[in-house]
Design a protein around this ligand. Structure first.
Ligand code: SAH
Length: 216
């Protein structure tokens, strides 16, 4: 039997996201609209709206819907903001940001994933998104400064270039800590410097590259 994707999306939003306390209307609406099953391979389509991350190849994952909602809400973006995402992966998180009317630069280190994400995002008609291949720990200087920066891979430290590319009042959200378990951290650049908040525990694949973990 064919899965009713629209119904699955509605349930995903109400049962996994609203029920856990996320009420940002724009984020909920974006996640009701985006066909998440486009971002996973055919064999996993029926599980696309499940309460879990899923494999996307290259030993990487599409993040759990709740985590996408939590991180997006934490960025507090407004239409027109410039946003940098590190770790495009499937491109699903990129699409959620694009739906909010921001301009997104998303950097992915694995060219094959970047290519597939570009394809799906193009298919869905997003024109306010640019997927680049590179080491996202270095940021993406051409689009700086950014009103919001989101890292979607676990980092052992805060990559300094990201702080340098953060605009006044800008928000940087990243999972940071041990390699298996991290804390979701939000840094906000205010008049008095950087304020740091902890938003809970999370589990992400590793950030690689100059400010990430070694290849292993
Ligand atoms: N937001 C994505 C999550 C993808 S998983 C989604 O929901 O689909 C994290 C991604 O970060 C992986 O695709 C991985 O290849 C990428 N990544 C890891 N280190 C990176 C780095 N230094 N620069 C850019 N991308 C990186």
């Amino acid at each position: 039997m064919a899965v009713d994707h629209e119904l699955a999306r509605e349930r995903m939003v109400s049962e996994q996201i609203q029920a856990r306390g996320i009420h940002d209307a724009a984020v909920l609406e974006a996640m009701r609209r985006i066909p998440r099953h486009f971002f996973v391979e055919a064999a996993l389509r029926e599980r696309a709206y499940d309460d879990t991350p899923l494999p996307i190849g290259e030993r990487q994952t599409i993040s759990q819907p709740y985590m996408v909602a939590l991180m997006t809400a934490a960025l507090e973006v407004r239409a027109g903001d410039r946003v940098l995402e590190i770790g495009t992966g499937s491109g699903y998180q990129t699409a959620v940001l694009a739906e909010l009317g921001v301009r997104v630069v998303s950097v992915e280190r694995i060219a094959g994933l970047a290519e597939r994400a570009r394809h799906v995002l193009g298919l869905l008609g997003y024109t306010n998104v640019c997927v680049e291949v590179g080491d996202g720990g270095l940021g993406w200087i051409a689009g700086a400064p950014y009103d919001a920066i989101l890292v979607t891979a676990g980092a052992p430290q805060i990559p300094r270039p990201l702080l340098e590319q953060l605009a006044p009042d800008g928000r940087l959200v990243l999972p940071m800590g041990e390699d298996e378990l991290q804390t979701l951290v939000r840094l906000r650049r205010g008049a008095d410097g950087l304020a740091e908040e902890y938003l809970g525990e999370c589990r992400f694949v590793k950030l690689r590259g100059s400010y990430g973990w070694d290849e292993s």
